[in-house]
Design a binder for this molecule. Structure first.
Ligand SMILES: Nc1ncnc2c1ncn2[C@@H]1O[C@H](COP(=O)(O)OP(=O)(O)OP(=O)(O)O)[C@@H](O)[C@H]1O
Length: 900
């Protein structure tokens, strides 16, 4: 190994000057030492071929080779110095290492060669050892035949005188030794291809024959005899001569040639020179081969060491797990080592046996031992390293184990806590379980009670079922009785109808109700013309211009309604007449009176009024719907509505979308279906709502022709016709009745001198139609053979409801204002004519008592019928409910609640 470390690099990669100077000096010195060491090793290899020691071996390797003294003894043995015959040069074991070295040094002392100290061989620089051996080399360099040391000593003439100094040349060449005694001279010698002392060197290096030759010629090659030169060339002396000697011969010849004046070299000398050169070339070639071989060997060893280094590095970088592998490998290596040691021992034994013949084995064994020693040290170091790592790993593992123990302890504590929690939870759950158990017991008890109750309820239900069956049976019996009663009811109903009509007939076909409207707001201080209103239809009016009895006039009608009479009261007396429509009669109700006397109010009611303000129209239709519903089990009804206006003798359909423009024709004769105005739209209605909508439409259309100065409603007749179609479900007999609700135009007389144009025309038409109406009524009352229906559109429209089986009711409307006395009187006279015809008959007084009795009978019958109707309705409802809810109790209270 190179003792000099690599140059230290500066931070920026450059060496400082002082560093580089010192290092260059060290490098030169190291280079010289390396060359010296190489020279020595070359020599050792040449004299001990089996040694095969690497030329570039380090000081330590050289020390390892030489330290046991075996190689030193072999050198001495090789040289066989006679003067030290008494010394035993045989190989000795390692136990006699110091003895071998001591003997070697002793021999050197005897030979007068400067020696080294034992300590130099054991440690420190090998330089003294190398110098010493190089001196020995120079002293005893030999050819093929070993030169007896004693003879050489004899030829040298004297022994050296200074054996204590190191690095001196052989004592054989005292003079030359002085010249090259210094190390620098030796270095120069090594570096220079030409020896500085050719004659002495030549003599020294070529061995005794060259020495002899040199001595003979005394430095003159050209003067050597040819025979001698031939002998030199033929013999193997050249082969055995050291290369340095051969080079010295060449140099000598060349020097001599230079010194010669002609510069020519004798032929024989030239031949010798060629021979020597060839020998040198051969040796160089051999040396090159040897060097290549050694180089290959070194490479192999280097690879071997590299692989070991890699293994050791891999081992060094391994983990704890790999430590075991390394330990195993170490054990294997130790085993191998022990095997090798055993082998070495065996080999040692073999070597001891073969020592005398094969000394090189010792060297190999020594080398192996050294290697093994080194490997052992390396492995021991590695073992120590691994052990240290293992200790570190073990410490880490112990830490880990402690950590795990701590965690285990924590876990144990947690488990205990959990166990404690679990225990408390278990206790809580046990308590809850107890509570639940109690609740369960309580629930089971309640369930038992419920079962008991259920059983009792079942019994009650079965009892109720039985009673229900009984009751149902009795109900069936009662129903049968009721069915029979219903059968009788129809008969009674028919008789009732007959009686009622008879009563009506007795009362007269035309009934007259007088209604006096109240003063309007703001008219409270006005004087009234109404003097007295009797309960039996008497009415006394007073002429404001004629106070006293003379100005009074009494009238009598079927009924007189005062200003306080409500719409409901008025209708209640109208209702029986309307109901007869459902029995197939034609009825005509009209309102007669001057403008503003309350005709529209009575027939229709105030526009947008509440239900309580509804007039006869709405109430009549509502009543028809209700009665038809009540009778639906026996008679089915279909109801339709027409609404027309008669203005200036022209008829318009008020319910048509273009009713305001359409002029309708009137049938010349009364139609069996009552359709006097067949072109007018017939609108079926099923509810009061339908009627309200239609009425509103009609009123709107009627108002289309109105102007601010000319209220059209006052100048036209409005006729609402309700057509009723019925069918008796039992007999299948159809029914057909019409109800005419007529709001007549104002009846006031118009002074022809005051009005002209349209107003006059209107007045003429109104007068004409009202006069025609009066004529028809008078004709009917007198039972004339001719009734003048055709005199006006109004009477034509109302023809079906005037006369025959028709019933007529006239509302005579009065304005209470004294200023309207004249018109009121005129209206009353007209009404008196209409009603007086009937009531003025002589038989009226006679038949009055009968009429009253009949009226009472009728009232009684009506009550009976109403009760029957209620009962039938209740039973019908109960029957329906039974079919839907078989379990419904059939008592009256239950039915009533369901009805509610
Ligand atoms: N019984 C009554 N109670 C309260 N107000 C009434 C009554 N009768 C009529 N009126 C009111 O008197 C006014 C005139 O009544 P209504 O229009 O019905 O008279 P009319 O005879 O129909 O007049 P016209 O011939 O011009 O149509 C209206 O404001 C009406 O509300």
């Amino acid at each position: 190994m190179n003792s000099v470390s690599a140059p230290q690099m500066h931070k920026n990669g450059e060496l400082t000057r002082s560093q580089s100077g010192i290092e260059s000096t060290i490098n030169i010195s190291s280079e010289v030492e390396a060359k010296q060491r190489a020279l020595l090793i070359e020599w050792l290899n040449s004299i001990l071929p089996n040694l095969n020691f690497p030329t570039r071996a380090s000081d330590e390797e050289l020390r390892a080779l030489l330290i046991d003294g075996t190689a030193l003894c072999q050198i001495l043995k090789r040289l066989r110095p006679v003067s030290v015959n008494e010394v035993d040069y045989s190989y000795h074991s390692s136990e006699s290492r110091s003895e071998n070295v001591r003997r070697f040094l002793s021999t050197l002392e005897k030979l007068g060669i400067p020696r080294f100290e034992t300590s130099d061989l054991e440690k420190g620089s090998m330089k003294p050892v190398i110098n010493c051996l190089l001196t020995l080399r120079a002293e005893f360099i030999t050819g093929g035949d070993n030169i007896p040391m004693n003879s050489m000593i004899t030829k040298s003439g004297s022994r050296h005188g200074d054996a204590s100094s190191h690095g001196h040349l052989s004592p054989l060449f005292g003079e030359e030794r002085r010249k090259v005694s210094s190390e620098s001279q030796l270095q120069r010698h090594l570096h220079s291809p030409v020896m500085s002392e050719p004659s002495a060197a030549l003599l020294h290096h070529v061995g005794h024959k060259f020495h002899e030759v040199f001595q003979l010629k005394q430095g003159c090659y050209s003067e050597l005899p040819a025979a001698k030169i031939s002998e030199m060339m033929k013999s193997t002396s050249l082969d055995n001569a050291p290369t340095q000697s051969l080079l010295s011969v060449v140099n000598g010849i060349l020097d001599e040639s230079v010194e010669r004046k002609n510069g020519e070299i004798p032929h024989r000398v030239a031949c010798l020179l060629r021979k020597v050169v060839q020998e040198i070339e051969r040796r160089i070639s051999t040396q090159a081969d040897h060097l290549r071989t050694q180089n290959n060997l070194f490479k192999a060893r280097e690879e071997k060491y590299q692989s070991r280094i890699r293994v050791l590095e891999a081992l060094a970088s391994g983990t704890g797990e790999e430590t075991e592998i390394v330990m195993k490998q170490l054990q294997q290596i130790k085993a191998e080592k022990s095997k090798l040691e055993e082998k070495k021992k065996l080999e040692d034994e073999d070597v001891v046996i073969l020592m005398k013949e094969k000394d090189q084995k010792d060297l190999e064994i020594s080398a192996l031992k050294q290697e093994l020693e080194m490997a052992k040290k390396t492995y021991e170091l590695r073992c120590l390293q691994i052990e240290t790592e293992a200790k570190g790993g073990r410490a880490g593992l112990e830490e880990r184990i402690k950590e795990l123990e701590r965690l285990l302890k924590d876990s144990t504590n947690k488990v205990r806590e959990l166990e404690a929690n679990t225990e408390s939870k278990h206790q809580r759950w046990s308590k809850k379980e107890l509570v639940y158990q109690r609740v369960m017991d309580y629930q089971l008890g309640a369930l038992r009670e419920l079962r008991f109750s259920s059983d009792s309820i079942k019994q009650e239900i079965s009892k109720a079922h039985k009673s229900y069956s009984d009751e149902f049976h009795s109900l069936g019996v009662k129903l049968k009785a009721l069915a029979d009663a219903a059968e009788n009811y129809h008969a009674v109903l028919a008789e009732n109808r007959k009686l009622f009509n008879e009563v009506q007939d007795l009362k007269g076909n035309i009934r007259v109700y007088c209604r006096i409207r109240p003063f309007l707001p703001g008219q409270t201080k006005k004087q009234t013309s109404i003097e007295y209103i009797g309960e039996n239809g008497e009415l006394i009016v007073a002429n404001p211009s004629k106070p006293g009895k003379d100005g009074q006039r009494m009238f009598k009608f079927n009924k007189v309604f005062g200003p306080a009479a409500t719409q409901a009261e008025v209708f209640s007396d109208t209702q029986p007449l309307i109901r007869s429509v459902l029995d197939g009669y034609n009825v005509c109700i009209f309102a007669y009176g001057q403008t503003g006397s309350g005709k529209t109010y009575t027939m229709t009611g105030p526009i947008g009024g509440y239900e309580e303000d509804w007039g006869v129209n709405y109430r009549a239709l509502n009543d028809l719907f209700n009665i038809s519903q009540r009778r639906r089990s026996s008679i089915t009804y279909e109801i339709a509505v027409q609404m027309v206006e008669i203005y200036n003798e022209q008829v318009r359909d008020l319910l048509s979308s273009d009713g305001s423009q359409k002029k309708l024709g009137i049938m010349s004769t009364s139609q069996p279906n009552g359709l006097a105005v067949p072109d007018a739209g017939m609108h079926p209605v099923t509810s009061t709502t339908d009627v309200l909508e239609l009425m509103n439409i009609g009123l709107k259309n009627r108002a289309v022709g109105a102007t601010a100065l000319n209220e059209r409603s006052s100048r036209s007749h409005s006729v609402v016709t309700i057509h009723v179609r019925g069918k008796d479900l039992k007999t299948g007999i159809p029914l057909h009745g019409n109800l005419h609700l007529v709001d007549l135009a104002g009846s006031e007389r118009v002074d022809r001198s005051e009005v002209t144009g349209d107003r006059l025309k209107e007045a003429q038409h109104i007068n004409k139609s009202l006069s025609a109406l009066g004529d028809v009524i008078f004709a009917l009352a007198q039972k004339s053979s001719h009734v003048p229906y055709r005199n006006s559109k109004l009477t034509q429209v109302l023809q079906s409801s005037l006369g025959g089986q028709a019933k007529t009711l006239m509302f005579v409307q009065l304005n209470p204002d004294a200023n309207s006395f004249s018109e009121s009187l005129s209206t009353l006279k007209f009404a008196e004519r209409v009603s007086g015809v009937e009531l003025g008959a002589a038989r009226s007084s006679k038949e009055g008592r009968d009429v009253r009795e009949l009226m009472e009978q009728v009232a009684s019958l009506k009550d009976t019928i109403a009760k029957k109707d209620d009962e039938i309705e209740r039973l019908q409802l109960l029957k329906d409910l039974k079919s839907v809810y078989p379990d419904v109790n059939n008592d009256k209270r239950g039915v009533n609640s369901l009805r509610t």
